[in-house]
Design a protein around this ligand. Sequence first.
Ligand code: AMP
Length: 171
Amino acid sequence: MNRIEQYIRDIQDFPKNGILFKDIAPLLQDHKGLSACLSELKAMVPDGQIDKVIGIESRGFLFGTMLAKRLQSGFVLARKPGKLPYKTIAQSYALEYGEDAIEMHIDAIQKGDRVLVHDDVLATGGTAQAVCKLVETLGGEVVQCNFIMELKALNGREKLLDYDVQCVLSY
Ligand code: AMP
């Protein structure tokens, strides 16, 4: 068993029937889990400067910020529509039923920035793919998409074939 796995709590039927929610609260609560997870995320990052880490709302903000500090990078918020106060750029993406969108501030990425995209869970990959498109629209380069865990049955990697995708855990 990976040393992180013991800190991931499965919650059946949350937030809806049929969803097995992967809860990282126990991982954050225990300093050994938190430190081990941060070390594993950092170890996956390739050598070379990372200018910005992007955290995807909302659990991606947690380790994303800590990772940025460890990598000596800046940190950028990718948020649901209407949450960011300054001028934004948006990218929509398909859900199983309907559509959603993700936004970043227009000055979040500079041309040529080397960017790492981070979230806690890679599920269908739609959100991370939309964030990668925003990075590229703003002239940045996605160096890696990294996640604490992937839910393999949902094939999120297929939406991220153009990128280096790394996950600490795989379910
Ligand atoms: P995705 O389907 O990859 O676009 O994921 C959408 C968002 O929902 C991401 O921020 C994931 O972290 C989150 N998410 C999706 N499925 C789960 C799950 N089973 N447990 C916890 N978070 C999830």
